[in-house]
Design a protein around this ligand. Structure first.
Ligand code: 0X9
Ligand code: ZN
Length: 420
């Protein structure tokens, strides 16, 4: 036990000193629990993720629902005997050495990257510098917005894009990278922002120019920076909550159905909902900003990764609320249109039914508070081969097919609800 604590302390100290964690020979397994006992065992390991040493890439939900778990080499044997070799478990080895996937992600260090593009991932500073450039270069259409401020004092930067003042009450909000490690989401958001400005495609032009846009590529800047500098697998914010554990899950922290399911009250858990709703300066300040434009929203789109899912509200219940039938109809067409370009297969459905119960998400709060008719959460590529470490050469294809689906969603919506 003492040894364990000493090891944990060493990790915590090296993190505090700003050392970058390595994941050499950390192995990724997809595990399907078959019994309630196994679900419980996994659940307890997840709740105590810091001490258990396992890193959960997805939530432990129920019997038959797969969970992706990253296992450090020093726990490989223990994991095998207590989980993998148990009769009530099915498992697939997804990746033997996740560090290799990190090395192959194709991130080009800042110094080598002299232009902003979508063939590599970028740091927060690079993304923000690009947003400033865009606002400067398109100053008649694009306004830089500070949508909030984080615990560590960073700005949550975004832009408003407007081709016509007539669109003010027809606004679409895009929120990305509220989970720090989901890098392809901010890359997709910036690529789409760029297309809204430069694309010559008729359908994209119609989409771009029919709405006002609020686009926030990195909704969790503190976590995002930490995922670059210290721990590529970081998910949460960076507010200190106990001696060893930092951060709340910013997608469990919103004040609608807060802590009613699929969220944790344990600061060390990756789904820690925070001590109160909106405890995180980043979510509370972003909520204030959304409040100021909420009544004008026809669309709220939240980008997450991974799993290839198009999810609709709500996360706390499997009940079909509000305009469920219409959202399903539009969603089915959208994932069909998404698959056309590269064959990428998505599934569409209510959050609680399609992945797991998850309460306190940003989209749910927006949907409930403003009645926003079109509200979707995307889980972008892939289905787990690379997971959060999607190689950079997939950024553009991911973003292209995602924009195809957005074109489809809002075209369907306009057909069903013509503006006079
Ligand atoms: O657990 C989440 O927050 C999302 N999945 S992820 O693997 N990217 O962490 C699911 C979104 C649930 N959304 C809402 N309840 N709004
Ligand atoms: Zn996420």
């Amino acid at each position: 036990m003492k040894l364990m604590l000493a090891a944990l302390l060493a990790v915590a100290l090296s993190q505090a000193a700003g050392e970058k964690l390595r994941f050499d020979n950390h192995t990724l397994y997809r595990v399907v629990p078959k019994t309630r006992e196994m679900v419980e065992l996994l659940y307890n390991l997840q709740e105590d993720a810091f001490n258990s040493g396992y890193n959960f890439f997805s939530e432990v939900a129920a019997e038959g629902v797969p969970v992706d778990i990253l296992v450090p080499p020093k726990q490989a044997e223990q994991f095998k005997s207590s989980i993998l070799n148990q009769a009530d478990v099915e498992s697939v080895l997804m990746n033997e050495n996740i560090q290799e996937a990190i090395d192959n992600e194709g991130f080009r260090p800042e110094a080598m990257a002299n232009t902003f593009g979508w063939t590599s991932y970028h740091t927060l500073d690079e993304i923000n510098a690009w947003l400033r450039d865009v606002a400067f270069n398109y100053d008649d259409k694009v306004t830089l917005i500070r949508g909030g401020r984080t615990f560590q004092g960073r700005d949550i930067l975004g832009v408003k894009v407007s081709f016509s003042p007539a669109n003010a009450r027809q606004s679409i909000f895009i929120e990305a990278n509220i989970h720090a490690r989901e890098w392809v989401t901010s890359a997709t958001a910036t690529w789409i922002l760029n297309q809204l400005l430069v694309s010559q495609d008729r359908n994209v032009r119609l989409l771009a120019e029919s709405y006002d846009w609020y686009i926030f590529p990195v909704a969790n800047p503190d976590g995002f920076v930490h995922s670059h500098t210290n721990n590529r697998m970081w998910r949460k914010t960076r507010t200190p909550y106990s001696v060893l554990c930092f951060g709340a899950d910013p997608n469990r922290n919103w004040p609608y159905q807060w802590m009613t399911g699929g969220a944790s009250n344990q600061p060390c858990s990756d789904t820690y909902a925070g001590p109160t709703s909106l405890s995180e300066p980043s979510t509370s300040s972003l909520a204030d900003f959304i409040d100021s434009v909420g009544e004008n929203l026809v669309g709220y789109i939240s980008f997450h990764s991974f799993s290839q899912m198009l999810l609709l509200p709500y996360g706390h219940t499997t009940a079909h609320l509000d305009n469920y039938a219409e959202m399903m109809q539009i969603g089915r067409k959208a994932i069909q249109d998404l698959s056309r370009r590269y064959g990428t297969q998505y599934v569409v459905g209510n959050i609680a039914e399609t992945i797991y119960v998850a309460s306190g998400g940003s989209m749910d709060w927006v949907k409930h508070k403003f009645g926003t008719p079109v509200a979707y959460t995307y889980e972008l590529r892939d289905r787990g081969q690379n997971g959060f470490l999607l190689p950079a050469n997939q950024i553009i294809p991911t973003a292209e097919e995602t924009l195809d689906s957005l074109v489809s969603i809002f075209e369907s919506y306009r057909q069903l609800h013509p503006r006079n």
